[in-house]
Design a protein. Structure first.
Length: 724
């Protein structure tokens, strides 16, 4: 394909229950494993009350010797464990269900190189002939073979799906680095050498955590992510599984195929076929042991009560206080640890654009799917808006086709899911078919899914030059809008009839390979989100939100004020949390404190002084990153939304400019000159003078529109007369 790195690099990440698990102790004790298998199979007749016809002429001891009896999930070899549920449960609950697998782990030498695969071929000798029997369930094999034949360099990432996605994302990061960069961190990766990740179901959440979390350097390695049937906004069935209302290992999905295989292998009478792999009690213990399932609970309103939807926070309270026994963490903490590492849906498209990454969400619809839960009735709400497991709303992140600039949505309609299955071949070789639909677990067998993935992999990465320019040319929020937000915030924290002067400030930063503007670290304490990694924040850096005129929420933190007067305002302004990669910081400062006291002739309360003090605290920051944002400042714009800076502030601003690098451009604008009025009490000499403005110009400040007409035209006190 003419690529500098050879074949397109592809990583495939399966979904929950999609990887082979093995008892690691028995793996190295083969005779002991065979013995365990034989003991389990000896009890099959009592378990199913029927004679396994398909095994009548096959010694079950030979069956055990021909398998990998240490395998507990994912291949034909696990069949004997099904006949001994207590021992099987013990192995599937090995480890802490969070970051430790215990004695059970992944096994890449079985199945489809570690991915789930049920395949058995055998001959049964009868008196008159020999019958060849075959059973194959392989949800991924055909698709992966096609990718390899198309010229892709495909790597498989089987993982212990019982553990937290946060832990498995770390393993994925290490594997990608090991496969193509030999464990060395590259300084820069050519776009054509970056990786495409294709993920099924929960694997898409795992992949997103690797790409989006600050813990890893995902954007350095990844150019696109293709998810198929991934519950981006969570899975209602995960919630009902944890409640014990539904069962993960029941007659659907991969579990259904396992049960179908048992029925086929033992030729079980349908009336005696099991409906699940475990008892309800066993299943509840298992699912509450798996952090991954807790992390898949919904993030949107899906619980109904009396014909109305409950807010998700209220619905989640039922599970939030439950404790994950091995780690002693609450379910709520486990869920938040994972979700806090993902970029929020409203920011995701912008974030992807900054990092030149494309997401592709493939979602099937038309199959009966649990889309909600009726708490009053204790039952699920179903519709055809899904693939049988994942609701369309979650798989598409509630986006319509074709999506956004960097998130591409493709819906797979029901007519694309139809498949024919041979039911019977008569003596004349006539075939009888039945029509079924590919469900959630078989989506990679759908031709439309296969062709879309091949198409995206074969595309040459688009030039990133335009995207870099887009980021650099991004425009900050209009000054008037920032002012409106600041006034709205100020009204909530202070009650005063005094005139308040606001300074709207934009700090422009030098591009740093599209790194986040400020490497803010957030943590949750007592249910609130706090910001670390930046100095001079009030209220312990607690993040708050305000809604703009377009009903969009803006996150902000308060900055400290210089004056700390009891009973008066003790915050000096607000810093609006920057979006990742935007090349500027927006904040608004205001006058506070002793300025409300007549006769106080200090400018420590003034908006400009608040900014100077806050900025100086950043220079004293303990941050050690070489690209700390204060080292990247190239321009500072101060927009006074009232009067010009007083003469004292002019002196302080001139010193501020002189102190900092001459490479930093600084400008200031105002609506009218500041002149002390007689009714202001004791004169303080605040009036802006021509000399004070000249001082600003001398030190390199640009005075933007200092005296728009008509402002004090002809007035002898007009400080701008000599500047025009």
């Amino acid at each position: 394909m003419g690529r500098s790195c050879g074949k397109p690099r592809v990583v495939f990440v399966p979904g929950i229950m999609g990887s082979v698990l093995v008892d690691k102790k028995l793996l190295w004790r083969y005779p002991e494993a065979v013995k365990e298998c034989r003991e389990n199979l000896d009890g099959f007749e009592g378990a199913y009350k029927v004679m396994p016809v398909r095994l009548q002429n096959i010694d079950e001891h030979d069956l055990c010797a021909g398998l990998d009896p240490a395998i507990v999930w994912g291949t034909v070899s696990m069949v004997h464990w099904i006949l001994n549920p207590p021992d099987w449960e013990e192995r599937l609950m090995s480890g802490d269900g969070y970051k430790s697998s215990g004695d059970t782990g992944i096994y890449t030498q079985a199945g489809n190189y570690g991915l789930i695969q049920f395949a058995i071929e055998a001959s049964i000798w009868h008196i008159t002939d020999t019958e060849e029997i075959t059973y194959i369930y392989d949800p991924y094999g055909e698709f992966l073979d096609e990718l390899s034949h198309a010229g892709a360099d495909v790597k498989l990432f089987p993982y212990d799906w019982r553990l937290s996605n946060t832990y498995n994302a770390q393993l994925l990061a290490e594997k990608i680095n090991e496969w193509w960069w030999h464990g060395m961190t590259p300084q820069q990766v050519d776009p054509e050498c970056k990786v495409t990740i294709i993920a099924h179901s929960m694997g898409g959440l795992l992949a997103r955590y690797f790409i989006e979390s600050e813990k890893f350097d995902g954007p350095r390695y990844v150019r696109q992510l293709i998810t198929v049937g991934t519950p981006h906004c969570g899975l209602p069935e995960a919630y009902t599984n944890l409640l014990g209302k539904t069962r993960l290992f029941e007659m659907k999905g991969i579990a259904r195929n396992v049960i179908d295989f048992i029925v086929w292998l033992f030729d079980v009478d349908p009336e005696h076929a099991p409906t699940g792999l475990f008892t309800p009690g066993m299943q509840l213990r298992l699912v509450r042991h798996y952090a991954s399932l807790i992390e898949m609970t919904p993030t949107y309103d899906f619980v109904w009560l009396h014909k109305k939807k409950e807010p998700i926070d209220k619905a989640w309270r039922i599970l939030a206080t439950l404790i994950h026994t091995p780690t002693r963490k609450s379910f709520d903490k486990l869920r938040r640890e994972f979700r806090d590492g993902l970029i929020s849906p409203e920011r995701l498209d912008y974030w992807l654009g900054c990092h030149q990454i494309h997401y592709h969400f493939l979602a099937a619809e038309g199959l009966n799917t649990m889309v909600g839960y009726n708490r009053w009735e204790g039952s699920g709400k179903f519709s055809a808006q899904g693939d049988g497991t994942v609701p369309l709303e979650s798989a598409t992140m509630a986006l319509d086709e074709p999506g956004t600039r960097n998130i591409h949505i493709r819906r797979i309609r029901k007519e694309n899911l139809v498949r024919k299955i041979i039911v019977e071949r008569d003596i004349l070789s006539n075939l009888e078919f039945k029509i079924e639909n590919y469900g959630h677990q078989d989506l990679f067998k759908v031709i439309k899914v296969q062709s879309y993935c091949r198409e995206q992999i074969s595309k040459k990465p688009a030039s990133t030059a335009g995207q870099f320019e887009l980021v650099k040319a991004a425009q900050p929020t209009p000054v008037a809008e920032l002012l409106d937000l600041a006034k709205k915030i100020f009204a909530k924290v202070a009650k005063t009839k005094k005139r308040i002067v606001y300074s709207v400030i934009v700090i422009w930063l030098q591009d740093a390979d599209n790194e986040p503007t400020i490497k803010l670290k957030t943590e949750r304490k007592n249910g609130s989100l706090r910001v670390e990694g930046i100095n001079g924040l009030a209220k312990n850096g607690e993040v708050e939100e305000v809604e703009d005129k377009n009903h969009r929420k803006r996150s902000y933190v308060f900055i400290e004020s210089i004056e700390q007067i009891i009973g008066q305002l003790t915050v000096g302004g607000v810093l609006f949390l920057p979006q990742d990669c935007q090349p500027y910081i927006e904040l608004v400062t205001w006058n506070v404190g002793k300025q409300f006291e007549e006769g106080n002739c200090q400018n420590r309360s003034h908006a400009e002084k608040q900014f100077i003090e806050w900025f100086e605290k950043q220079k004293r920051s303990s941050l050690k990153e070489p690209d700390a944002w204060v080292q990247r400042v190239v321009k500072i714009e101060i927009n006074n939304r009232d009067a010009s800076p007083c003469c004292h502030c002019c002196v302080d601003l001139s010193k501020f400019k002189k102190k900092h690098s001459s490479d930093i451009k600084m400008s200031i604008s105002w609506i009218k000159p500041y002149v002390e009025e007689k009714d202001q009490g004791v004169p303080c000499g605040y009036t802006t003078t021509l000399a004070s403005l000249e001082l600003l110009k001398k030190e390199g400040w640009t005075l933007e529109r200092p005296c728009p007409k008509p402002a004090y035209a002809g007035d002898p006190r007009d400080p701008c007369g000599g500047l025009e």
